[in-house]
Design a protein around this ligand. Structure first.
Ligand SMILES: *[C@@H]1O[C@H](CO)[C@@H](O)[C@H](O)[C@H]1NC(C)=O
Ligand SMILES: *[C@@H]1O[C@H](CO)[C@@H](O)[C@H](O)[C@H]1NC(C)=O
Length: 324
């Protein structure tokens, strides 16, 4: 008696949500969107996609080549700037550039997409500098760009979309990447609460594994080779060559299974920017929806166990003390 009723209620809620999320804004053509990291990957595809939708895209690229190539493939509406999100002067001058373009309209959308992931490695093999480099781009870059754009975004009662990751929900590997994505989730949540009174909406997109530079197997392998070569004698002896080889092949295998369908992510970002009622969180990709996000709700000890299944034993785990 109760079960069918619950099922019906559940289906009604889904239909209601689907219907609510299907309302799309009018007049996209007068809206400006700034996207960081447009050289390759999600940022590059998103810039082209929003340009085709008629939005006014301000594409920030790290390299001149990235900007030139993007211009060739897009309409004359799209404008580019060179931006290194870790350079505070550079971020300030891009904010001035944007202010000069959008004028009284303000900035409708900011997409914090620029990010790096190298190196992924067992934490003990890394240095503070390895963590700093990633946090500086993925977290502090996002914070700086957001803070400097907020006055323009408030003016438009606009949106911020932060590209996080399933690695912001579950720490599946060592290195600065997961840390930075957890922090981006936290920053997004807290700034969403600050911005509510202003009518500014903040969304988080959590992609699974996709074929972008962040998931480039050969770049990761190259970094791991360097790290292992530079590791202390003690670390090399303790973990052993077998552990290193197995670690490299696990990373390689995981990254080779990445999805080439980047549009699954850019479609989520587009929805967050163009829907009347954007969602707070979007998970993108089947691996994210069916595996990683559900996994993140399990008790931590279960997750520890599942992740340990993929790990080999280090060569020397030390004397195991018997009795206490
Ligand atoms: C959309 O654009 C049209 C024509 O430019 C204008 O008449 C209308 O008021 C705009 N609607 C909104 C909601 O801004
Ligand atoms: C940011 O720095 C780069 C390289 O230093 C420079 O070419 C670019 O013009 C700067 N961007 C802005 C908007 O000033």
């Amino acid at each position: 008696m109760w079960l069918p009723l619950l099922v019906v209620i559940f289906i009604l809620i889904l239909v209601y949500r689907w219907h609510r999320h299907s309302y799309i804004l009018q007049n996209l053509s007068d809206k400006y969107v700034l996207i960081t990291g447009c050289d390759t990957g999600f940022g590059n595809l998103l810039a082209k996609q929003l340009d085709q939708r008629g939005m006014r895209v301000l594409a920030a690229c790290l390299t001149d080549k990235g900007a030139e190539d993007l211009k060739k493939e897009t309409s004359s509406r799209l404008q580019t700037a060179i931006l290194d999100v870790t350079n505070i002067q550079n971020v300030s001058s891009v904010a001035k550039w944007v202010a000069g373009i959008v004028n009284e309209k303000g900035l409708w959308g900011l997409v914090n997409n620029a990010g790096i992931s190298i190196p992924i490695a067992p934490n003990e093999w890394l240095t503070k500098e390895d963590f700093f480099r990633i946090l500086n781009v993925n977290l502090l870059g996002t914070v700086d760009v957001t803070l400097k754009m907020l006055p323009l975004i408030r003016k438009a009662r606009g949106r911020v979309v932060n590209v996080a990751s399933i690695c912001g929900r579950i720490s599946i590997c060592g290195g600065g990447y997961c840390l930075s994505k957890y922090a981006v989730e936290s920053f997004s949540d807290s700034i969403r609460r600050d911005m509510m009174p202003f009518g500014v909406k903040i969304s988080i997109v959590e992609p699974g594994f996709f074929k972008t530079r962040v998931a480039d197997a050969s770049l990761q392998k190259e970094a791991l080779t360097n790290i292992w070569a530079k590791a202390t004698e003690e670390v090399r002896r303790t973990y052993g060559q077998n552990y290193y080889d197995k670690y490299c092949s696990t990373v390689e295998q995981s990254l080779e299974k990445c999805s080439p369908n980047l549009f699954l992510v850019t479609d989520c970002i587009e929805h967050a920017l163009t829907a009347v009622y954007p969602k707070t969180r979007y998970s993108a990709g089947w691996d994210a929806k069916l595996f990683f996000i559900p996994l993140s709700y399990l008790p931590t000890s279960w997750v520890d166990f599942l992740i340990s299944l993929r790990q080999t034993k280090p060569a020397e785990i030390g004397a195991i003390s018997k009795g206490h």
